[in-house]
Design a protein around this ligand. Structure first.
Ligand SMILES: [Zn+2]
Length: 260
């Protein structure tokens, strides 16, 4: 069965999944599917629950069974569509640790110069332009990109201040950087402790084995210190795009945008 699955071209696989999961209960705006169910995602974490960390933990109805986009991605995609990203001319986008479903959409727009980056380039065979990028030393000239998407990446990077300065540097004036992280708005100060280095300890202290901190409300100040001004987009501002609740979102989530 796995062998047969591998042989099918992606478009056909998507079509078959769309048919299999077809229904009227949910809608995925990323792959434009009408769905009868969403898959659960994440793992239960007492720490995430206790600190009310948004963008982590277990969620029962979350992932689109066709393209695997979760609530988080669907919310972000709503924002991108609303702001007209896909209709711009000569628009350049840098996408760090790209979500596959987004990549397929971006790559279908010839008006967008779309580049993917990560420190592990092998993980993204679906990217046409994949570049090795350490966010603390981005190998591009100043003011190169109109849009930079860095979603759930900074919590893995010890020197996030340097990464933010680099993102700011390669962003064009007037450009936007999407800077989503798991965050507790309830916690005033970000919690980090660089003496915690083992996977087990990180899991216990930060809630995930590859995280190096838990961001609190002062994350916004960190972004500002790199030079950005910050725009927070509430789900209520995007509500009219959620198709009467068929696109599920976490109402507590905000899109965190750095402006240059
Ligand atoms: Zn989908």
């Amino acid at each position: 069965m796995m062998f047969v699955k591998k042989l099918l071209p992606r478009n056909l696989k998507i079509l078959l999944k769309k048919m299999f999961f077809f229904g009227n209960k949910y809608y995925c705006n990323v792959c434009k599917s009408h769905l009868r169910l969403l898959h659960p995602s994440g793992v239960e974490s007492d720490l995430f629950t206790k600190l009310e960390i948004i963008g982590g933990g277990y969620s029962e109805h979350d992932n689109c069974p066709v393209c695997m986009s979760g609530k988080r991605q669907q919310l972000l995609f709503t924002y991108l569509e609303k702001t007209g990203v896909f209709t711009r001319k000569n628009y350049s986008v840098l996408h760090i640790a790209p979500e596959e479903a987004f990549t397929h959409v971006f790559q279908s727009y010839p008006n967008i110069d779309y580049i993917c980056g990560d420190i592990d380039t092998e993980r993204y065979p679906f990217c046409r332009k994949m570049v090795y990028i350490d966010l603390t030393k981005i190998p591009f000239a100043d003011a190169r990109f109109d849009l930079i998407i860095v979603s759930h990446v900074l919590e893995h990077i010890p020197d996030d201040a340097k990464a933010l300065r680099e993102i700011y540097r390669v962003l064009k004036p007037g450009g936007e950087a999407i800077l989503q992280v798991p965050i507790s708005w309830k916690m005033k100060a970000t919690f980090e402790d660089f003496s915690v280095t083992s996977k087990e300890e990180r899991e216990r202290v930060f809630g995930q084995k590859d995280h190096v901190r838990i961001y609190g409300a002062d994350y916004i100040d960190r972004i500002k210190r790199a030079g950005f001004s910050v725009k927070l987009v509430d789900t209520s501002e995007l509500k009219s795009h959620f198709r009467n609740g068929k696109i599920l979102v976490d109402d507590r989530e905000k899109i965190i945008v750095g402006l240059k």
